[in-house]
Write a protein that binds this ligand. Structure first.
Ligand code: HEC
Ligand code: HEC
Length: 192
């Protein structure tokens, strides 16, 4: 309990640790977002591997993802049920909160040959929208340094058409072999 309060106080930016913070209602976004830390890590930088890092993802992307989870448009193991507890306003507040944080790239083992192959596949098919090797916080979110287990699950969902994606992304993804997709995951996971 003490730790949680400390966290919130730090998030609020230099406020002294104080139980009165709960009563003041001064930091709704930070308080809301505290619920997410257990899985997504402190300030949204996930300790992995199955919960994605959400820190530093574009706010619009986070907000949209929460709405898609809530409506069931996007499949999930956890987030669909969780998102039902929040309003659109909450989504906006949390999205802005995490969007401003720093994306911390996960350190994870990768295969050199697959990374090299993945780089080529990326440049040809994905760079147009996921710029700067997937590092740029584009419409599709940051891919570089995301947990590979999560990327794998996401790409499977796209490939099986369970998760919506832009038509142009679908066209690119459909043209790839499973080996290409595996190489892409190594490439994104390799980046620091
Ligand atoms: C019990 C663990 C858990 C908690 C708590 C949790 N998440 Fe998640 N989150 C996940 C998992 C796992 C996924 C991947 C989708 C799924 O299977 O539900 C995910 C996915 C997401 C995504 C999509 C990221 C992307 O790159 O597309 C967003 C955004 C997100 N969560 C936001 C939140 C917010 C905001 C909260 C707090 C209100 C929260 N999560 C709380 C486990 C959790
Ligand atoms: C036409 C632009 C476009 C192209 C080309 C494209 N993407 Fe995307 N990508 C998007 C958008 C937009 C989203 C967000 C979809 C959503 O609303 O969830 C996305 C989402 C993703 C995600 C999910 C990120 C997350 O955090 O869950 C992955 C992984 C991904 N793209 C990989 C790829 C790969 C690999 C390629 C190349 C084979 C590719 N994309 C090509 C636009 C594109």
């Amino acid at each position: 309990m003490k730790l949680k309060l400390l966290n919130i106080a730090m998030l609020a930016g230099g406020l002294a640790v104080s139980t009165s913070l709960w009563a003041s209602g001064a930091t709704p976004a930070a308080m809301l977002s505290n619920t997410c830390n257990g899985c997504h890590g402190t300030n949204g930088a996930s300790a992995g591997p199955s919960s994605p890092t959400i820190a530093g993802q574009p706010a619009a992307y986070i907000e949209d993802a929460m709405k898609q989870f809530k409506s069931g448009e996007r499949p999930s193991s956890i987030m669909g049920r969780l998102a039902k507890a929040y309003s659109d306003e909450d989504f906006k507040a949390m999205a802005n909160f995490f969007g401003e944080k720093k994306f911390v790239r996960a350190k994870q083992p990768t295969d050199k040959a697959l990374v090299a192959k993945g780089k080529q596949v990326h440049e040809k098919n994905c760079e147009k929208c996921h710029e700067d090797n997937g590092r740029k916080p584009d419409d599709g979110g940051v891919l570089a340094g995301q947990w590979s287990e999560y990327l794998q699950i996401s790409l499977n969902e796209f490939q099986s058409k369970k998760r919506p994606m832009p038509k142009k992304m679908a066209a690119k993804l459909e043209g790839l072999s499973q080996d290409d997709v595996d190489a892409l995951i190594h490439f994104y996971a390799s980046q620091q």
